[in-house]
Design a protein around this ligand. Structure first.
Ligand code: NCD
Length: 326
């Protein structure tokens, strides 16, 4: 199979975003375009059966350059943006904040404008400060993709989560999805809420009251403080990591108590729906949010999410770099 055989047919009509800053404000149609495009790319990424040598490149963005601007640690997101850009034929440059001139007093915007002067086409940015991706998009000509801005948004994570659910359960509309754990510090939770609500899913936020307040219900979700009470009502559990590095005070007395009340284990799984799906953005703390047998068990789609992450990042890079309007 060659690239020509795949008949991409241009960027889907209806995608008008130069940048991917967040899921808030995205329509169901836009989200569906991104998911459908990712599925087309995924068919190239995983087509190894029956091929001795398998070319996984779709060089639709050959000659373009992408800079990874990560000011926070990352395993999955950075690697998969890099792979996605390379699969599309892009040149990828990694920017290291600690060894750059930022440490000599250069401002963030000046640093990025210098990178832009080297004719960079796309910037993938992760930063602890909410709004960083938006700030960049207002100051440079290139395309900006948000890889996580503080506790605000993580749009590609939500898209890959939703794609995984759609692939496993066949739909999003009408499903009940529970986001469990550290809602307060989770950009993944915020992006998932916008995306799932836009596509017609019911969303439950579940965790200790120190990590999710009833005020979240103004976003059209239900807040529950008991995982045991919601077990039988939920189609998908998205188990969020307890983000100790973001917490100013310890939100619960002990990790043992947390896992006793909110950890997903075999006993709880046996009281959930028979087809229940377990997902997690990763990294997972085995034994805290989820026990190893559940994380590695048949209900878990955690590694499918990682594969889908590359396809989603290919789709969003390609669509943003080919969008016609600002
Ligand atoms: C998430 C993140 O960084 O926000 N992880 C990820 O991107 N794979 C969630 C987390 O760190 O727990």
């Amino acid at each position: 199979m060659s690239v020509g055989d795949l008949c991409w047919g241009g960027v889907p009509v209806g995608w008008r975003r130069r940048h991917l800053l967040g899921i808030e404000g995205m329509s169901a149609d836009e989200i569906t375009l991104a998911l459908d495009q990712a599925e087309r790319f995924k068919s190239v990424l995983v087509r190894d059966k029956g091929y001795e040598y398998c070319d996984r490149k779709v060089p639709l963005l050959a000659g373009k350059t992408c800079v990874n601007l990560f000011f926070e640690n990352s395993t999955r997101t950075k690697t998969s943006f890099t792979l996605a850009a390379r699969r599309l034929g892009m040149d990828v440059v990694d920017f290291s904040a600690s060894t750059s001139s930022l440490s000599k007093g250069e401002t963030f915007i000046d640093t990025v404008k210098n990178l832009e002067a080297m004719q960079v086409d796309a910037v993938v940015v992760r930063h602890s400060c909410p709004g960083t991706a938006m700030l960049l998009s207002e100051n440079i000509r290139g395309h900006v993709l948000n890889a996580g801005d503080g506790a605000h948004e993580h749009p590609t994570q939500a898209l890959l989560d939703i794609l995984t659910i759609r692939q496993r359960l066949g739909r999003i509309k009408g499903l009940t999805v529970a986001l469990v754990g550290d809602i307060a510090h989770s950009r993944t939770a915020r992006s998932n809420i916008w995306g799932l609500r836009a596509l017609g899913a019911n969303v439950i936020l579940c965790g200790p009251s120190t990590l999710v307040s009833k005020r979240w219900e103004s976003l059209g979700v239900v807040v529950s403080y008991s995982l045991d009470e919601i077990l039988g009502k939920v189609d998908v559990f998205n188990l969020l990591r307890i983000q100790f590095e973001r917490q100013v005070i310890r939100p619960f007395p002990s990790t043992r108590e947390y896992s006793h009340l909110y950890g997903m284990d075999t006993a709880r799984l046996s009281r959930a729906k028979p087809e229940v799906l377990i997902i997690a953005p990763g990294p997972i703390n085995r034994g805290l949010e989820v026990t190893p047998d559940v994380a590695d068990g048949q209900h878990s789609a955690i590694l499918d999410q990682v594969t889908n992450g590359v396809a989603i990042r290919m789709a969003t890079l390609w669509m943003c770099l080919n969008s016609k309007s600002i």
